[in-house]
Structures are given as structure tokens and as C-alpha cells.
Design a protein around this ligand. Structure first.
Ligand code: PLP
Length: 353
């Protein structure tokens, strides 16, 4: 194999994490169902390693430009990274982000383990003002479901200068659209359940970092807390990753075109589009108007997840735990790879009804 560093990311998604090209070898790392391995080798007990994880981690690590540690879920990855905050430390946190990330950090604060400082992550000056004395700056970009975009390079540099670790939850972008480690961030987190796996059939998380020390601490957390991915899930996430670039190409084109077609649609007060990625939001007058649209669509699937090949939508404030600053009438749209006319027709019909 030629030098991987010279390959384009789209090629890396296809070529990395494969067995060596030797006669008779399978193209794909097989699923290894094992709890233990014969003593004396590199692998001993399967809570500490499995060849099916290694293949996925090699591919994601090569894409992000660091070492990858895979987890049982995105939240397991988030928890392992949040555990890097020392007792009594402070974390700068977006006012809008995935609701369970916020809940996890708020729980840590309520238990007196650390202090949480809420900021508008799109307002770089405000984030910088909150950094002095902080141990970690948690960035999510684009944010779920407000779709704010952070200036990752600026915030990572400021965090480093302030002596804080910078973490980016890059789930809404994927490593083909955004590579935070290249922008200077210390750690990147993914819910690989979403765009990376891409088919709404598994739950899996991943962390990547350029620091060998942080990688070791995060790997040790995984081994001690035990939130390891299943080998089948790791295999399926890697299989999903193989087609990420073509899925993204179609879904991103669909998303931008939907923004165009929805901006003057009946009842749509606002379309939120970060300009990249596959998630949009439309804001309607109120909860009832938004609920009616969700009930009337036939092709779009009402569902809470995102990043799959199929388009899904959800009124986010149906969850009592969603931030109260998210409009009641906001519907998050996860745009898939269907034909744009079918997606637009279904939504426009539901909006006009
Ligand atoms: N981060 C973001 C931005 C998410 O949207 C989600 C889930 O929706 C998570 C993390 C958690 O990932 P998982 O559901 O794989 O645990």
C-alpha cells in the first residue's frame, strides 16, 4: 500500500483498516467473536482489544489524523472524555448541544465534581472570555439542534493558550467535512451511530486525539468502565464508513437544495442551515403547527436519530429535556439520500395541508 498520508480522505474511508493485500486474504477484517485470546500474544482479554475494533479505529484514526478509541455509544465516548476534567475544574460548555451531553455535564456540576460555564459557542469572543482557569472547552459544531457553528481553529488556539483541553463533538459534520485535530483541537468525539455508520442500524461512539497521553487515559477509562463496542457493531460501522463520501455528496446536495425550496414555503418562519453537513432545521409558528407537519409527512420518518440514508424529522421540544431556548416550533431535519423531488414534495405537501 502506498503512503496513506498522501491519500485523499475519500480514499482513506475505503482503503484504511483492511487486512494486508496478500494472496487469499479477505478484503475486510472479519468479525471476531471472542471474550479472550490465547495468552502470550498482543490480545489477552476482549474488554481491552478486539481485531474488529482495531480495523475501525485504524480507519477513523487515519481520517481524523490521530489515534482513535471506539466505544459502545457516542455517550460512552462523551463520558470518557468528560472524565478528563479534574475534580474541582471548570468546563466551558455550549448553551445548545446534544441534550444528553449537557445533562451529563450538568449532573457532574450538580454533584460538585466540576463547574459548568455556559456560552454561545458561535460567539468566539464570549467563549474566550469564559476560558480563564477552565480545564476543558467543550465544542459541538454544528450544534444539535440549534445548528450554530463554532470557529474551531480560533477556539482551539485560545483554549491551548488558556491551558484548557479543547474537545469537539463533530458528529454533525463527519470527518470528511470537518477535521478538528487539524484545526488544533485536542480531542474529537463522534456519535458514529449517525453519519459514520450511516444506516440507522447500530449504536457506536469514537474518540480521536493526537496526544498519546490522552489516548492512553481514554483507553484506560474504556477498559475500566467497560463501555466497549461489540465486534459486530464495529464491523458494521466500518462497512458504513466505506460509503460515507458518496452518501455525504448526495445528502449534502439534497440539504442545500431543500434549504432553497423551503425558505419561502408556507408556514416556515426560518430555515437553519449551517451551509455544510446533512442536518437542517425549520422553525414553524408553534408546537402545534410543527406537530401537524410531523404527523402529515409520509416519506420522511418521524424519529429522533439522524445521519442515516433515510430522511428523518423531529420536533425537538417534544423532549422535556431539550433546552428551553430552542423554539417550540423547531423541526430538525436529517436529510438522507432519496431523490430531492420526493423529499421536497413530501415536506411541502405536509406544510401546505
Ligand atoms: N453527540 C451528538 C451531537 C449527538 O447528536 C448524539 C446523539 O444523538 C450523541 C453525541 C450521543 O451519541 P449516541 O446516541 O451514539 O450515544
Amino acid at each position: 500500500m502506498s503512503d496513506r498520508a498522501a491519500l485523499r480522505p475519500e480514499t482513506v474511508t475505503v482503503s484504511a483498516g483492511r487486512p494486508a493485500h496478500v494472496p487469499g486474504a479477505p478484503f475486510n477484517e472479519p468479525v471476531t467473536f471472542a471474550s479472550a485470546f490465547v495468552a502470550g500474544g498482543e490480545l489477552e482479554y476482549a474488554r481491552y482489544g478486539n481485531p474488529s475494533w482495531t480495523a475501525l479505529e485504524e480507519a477513523l484514526g487515519a481520517l481524523e489524523g490521530g489515534e482513535c478509541i471506539s466505544f459502545a455509544s457516542g455517550m460512552a465516548a462523551v463520558s470518557a472524555v468528560a472524565a478528563l476534567v479534574p475534580h474541582g475544574g471548570a468546563v466551558v460548555v455550549p448553551q445548545h448541544a446534544y441534550q444528553h451531553t449537557l445533562m451529563l455535564l450538568d449532573t457532574g456540576a450538580a454533584e460538585g465534581r466540576f463547574e459548568v460555564r455556559r456560552v454561545d459557542i458561535a460567539d468566539a469572543a464570549a467563549v474566550e472570555a469564559a476560558m480563564p482557569g477552565a480545564a476543558m472547552v467543550w465544542i459541538e459544531s454544528p450544534t444539535n439542534p440549534a445548528l450554530e457553528v463554532a470557529d474551531i481553529a480560533r477556539l482551539a488556539a485560545a483554549a491551548r493558550a488558556a491551558g484548557a483541553l479543547s474537545v469537539v463533538d463533530s458528529t454533525f459534520a463527519s470527518p470528511l467535512v470537518q477535521r478538528p485535530l487539524e484545526d488544533g483541537a485536542d480531542v474529537v468525539v463522534h456519535s458514529a451511530t449517525k453519519l459514520i455508520a450511516g444506516h440507522s442500524d447500530i449504536v457506536l461512539g469514537a474518540v480521536a486525539t493526537g496526544s498519546a497521553d490522552l489516548a492512553e487515559r481514554i483507553r484506560q477509562h474504556r477498559g475500566l468502565h467497560g463501555a466497549i463496542p461489540g465486534p459486530m457493531e464495529a464491523f458494521m460501522a466500518l462497512r458504513g464508513l466505506r460509503t460515507l463520501s458518496v452518501r455525504l455528496e448526495r445528502a449534502q446536495a439534497n440539504a442545500r437544495e431543500l434549504t432553497r425550496r423551503l425558505s419561502d414555503a408556507p408556514g416556515v418562519v426560518e430555515v437553519r442551515d449551517p451551509g455544510f453537513g446533512t442536518v437542517l432545521a425549520i422553525v414553524l409558528a408553534d408546537a402545534a403547527a410543527a406537530d401537524r407537519v410531523v404527523e402529515r409527512v409520509r416519506l420522511w420518518i418521524p424519529a429522533t436519530s439522524l445521519g442515516g440514508v433515510e430522511s428523518t424529522l423531529e420536533r425537538r421540544r417534544r423532549w422535556a429535556t431539550e433546552a428551553p431556548t430552542i423554539p417550540e416550533g423547531l423541526i430538525r431535519l436529517s436529510v438522507g439520500i432519496e431523490h430531492i423531488d420526493d423529499l421536497a414534495d413530501d415536506l411541502l405537501r405536509a406544510l401546505a395541508a
